[in-house]
Write a protein of this length. Sequence first.
Length: 407
Amino acid sequence: MKIAILGGDGFCGWPAALHLSNKGHDVVIVDNLSRRRIDDELDAQSLTPIRPLVERLHAWTEVTGNVIDHVHLDVAQDYEGLLDLLVTQRPDAVVHFAEQRAAPYSMKTPRTKRYTVDNNVNATHNLLAAIVESDLDVHVVHLGTMGVYGYGTAGMKIPEGYLDVEIPHEGRDNIETQILYPTNPGSIYHMTKSLDQLLFAFYAKNDRVRITDLHQGIIWGTNTAETLLDERLINRFDYDGDYGTVLNRFLMQAAVGYPLTVHGTGGQTRAFIHVQDMVRCVEIALQNPPAPGDRVMILNQMTETHRVRDLAELVARISEAEVEMVPNPRQESAENELHVTNDTFLDLGLEPTTLSEGLLMEVEDTARRYAHRADLSKIPATSLWNRRTHAGIPASMAASATTPAER
Ligand code: NAD
Ligand code: USQ
């Protein structure tokens, strides 16, 4: 298959590109390197020494003989460039990772809020409009998020995208139908993924574009079989307060002797998946496209759910780290239950890597190995979800406030 990977220099896109190339697919990476610019803006670097993209690609060819091209393109800003790419490369599938993906960064300032909305919504819409204009039959595989469902307690097992509903119909039989599971995003970033869902639903219905939307949980781990082939292929490891995700932050904090930063009571329960399973899921999704005219295929791409404070205790136990409850900078329910259906990937052959198998190895092989590169001043999470004072929320309390819906 010819596959274009939008965002192929990122944490998920890079190992996915290598995995697909290793499986014999013809891969082209499309990336504007905006994420490396944000690293510079935040003065925060990956814990692992990621190499410039040209060097990564050169190393991949040297090690495996496979060639991956790179097209430097801003998918959100350069519509004509994107259309030209589709028409000249004629990919069978596009895997779309090219969005600003950090919730804390998206909530940092009005500028980062606006950038996140402009970048993410335009990237997705440009891709869909360009596919229609190119008149090609391209399967879009998009990396979405479990966060579109919201992080309250649903009171049910979260289905794969669609909810069965029964509507009373006066004087007749009730109408039984399925609707998109109602979105309840908890950050500007998560909101852009909810907007993406509507764009996908429209283009699947109106233009018969074939779309798979992967509602992915939090990734943990760093490397995959391919990124381990040579140190120049190493994947990124974010640990700073904006881009570092919870479990990788705990692993890094344990390795450098920093008390594990549990927000609030640590009562949030989230979905997780190892980076190796993520690349496998992308491959499975590519092998099982919907047909033209089908509704968007939505799959929950996660393998386990865990409560944040339980994860902290687990990491503390294996590494003798201390745990510290810090004030929660976000606005989220203090506690939530989360049960998720992930039957499709399991039925299609995914064999999950469990936390118990991989955690200790991750601390030893990655976090401790590169601990000397850590800048501890970048660890605290400083992006506050609510800074408003005139709505009756004093700034000091605002961060722990919850909305009526979340309560
Ligand atoms: P990342 O920031 O490491 O990578 C994103 C890549 O996209 C970067 O290389 C960036 O330069 C590129 N990019 C962004 N905007 C672009 C544009 N307009 N044009 C061209 N390139 C652009 O993020 P990631 O962790 O690899 O996440 C990838 C996708 O997976 C995101 O859409 C994210 O929402 C989703 N996801 C990630 C996680 C996670 O834990 N990392 C979990 C769930 C879902
Ligand atoms: N948390 C802590 N301590 C920390 C960091 C985070 O307690 O040091 C808590 C947060 O308050 C939150 C939970 O851990 O309750 C998860 O935070 P996170 O930063 O790991 O995850 P999130 O902001 O949801 O975003 C990440 C990715 C995003 C992806 C999402 C999947 O950055 O791209 O969409 O995970 S999901 O969470 O399933 O929606």
